[in-house]
Ligand binder design. Structure first.
Ligand SMILES: C[S@@+](CC[C@H](N)C(=O)[O-])C[C@H]1O[C@@H](n2cnc3c(N)ncnc32)[C@H](O)[C@@H]1O
Length: 198
């Protein structure tokens, strides 16, 4: 789903954290069929990394209905959940997609469930890459709240929908303002953007 420019960005981020020795695992929150996570696991293999884990976080049943906790998602009118017949891909299917590439092993860990339930207590210690692709305000800010503090200095935060979806951008803006984060955000293409944690 993410296209060549965002795959190239992901490749650059992986290569940079490996070259610079930035400690931590990689995670994507919002994986759909698993493409970006499979790519990250494959890149670790290709570069000979034997340590890091790729965390794969999703409901595996699509996006949540907007709730009262996040009025921005109600006001947006996107109603992504109405497309869950396409956006909801089962855990079994995603595992099978990893398997097709010979990349399903113990260094791929799955966090199944809504982010509000799985991310706050997730057994993730430290991250070098945090890739957010949950589309909605709530899904974006929940992932930032639980996982941004675990990103190492020199690690990357990639936001797949920052340019394309105003509610996603707003979640990032609110989180950064609350925590006085001023690192420069760089746009990748007409959808995604990223920054490096200083
Ligand atoms: C646009 S798709 C992700 C595309 C994917 N990154 C790729 O590389 O193809 C959005 C995904 O986010 C998941 N998602 C969104 N909000 C969620 C939430 N609050 N909890 C769990 N999963 C969520 C959906 O199930 C869906 O798989």
């Amino acid at each position: 789903m993410i296209g060549v420019a965002r795959l190239n960005n992901l490749h650059d981020c992986v290569r940079t954290v490996l070259e610079d020795g930035v400690p931590g695992d990689f995670i994507e929150t919002g994986v759909w069929r698993g493409g970006a996570c499979i790519f990250m696991r494959a890149a670790l293999e290709a570069y000979g990394d034997r340590q890091r884990t790729v965390w794969v976080a999703d409901s595996f049943e699509g996006l949540p209905r907007p709730g009262k906790d996040y009025p921005a998602d109600i006001a947006s009118g996107f109603d992504f959940y109405k497309f869950n017949d396409v956006l909801g891909v089962s855990l079994e299917q995603v595992k099978s997609n990893f398997k097709r590439y010979g990349l399903l092993d113990s260094r791929v860990q799955f966090l199944k469930g809504w982010f509000c339930d799985t991310l706050p207590g997730a057994p993730v210690q430290r991250l070098a890459i945090l890739r957010l692709d949950g589309d909605m305000y709530g899904s974006t800010i929940e992932a930032l709240e639980s996982l941004f503090p675990k990103v190492s200095i020199g690690g990357f935060i990639i936001v797949d929908d920052y340019v394309a979806i105003p509610e996603c951008k707003r979640a990032v803006t609110d989180y950064r303002a609350k925590h006085n984060i001023t690192d420069t955000i760089i746009e990748i293409d007409r959808d995604g953007a990223y920054w490096r944690k200083s």
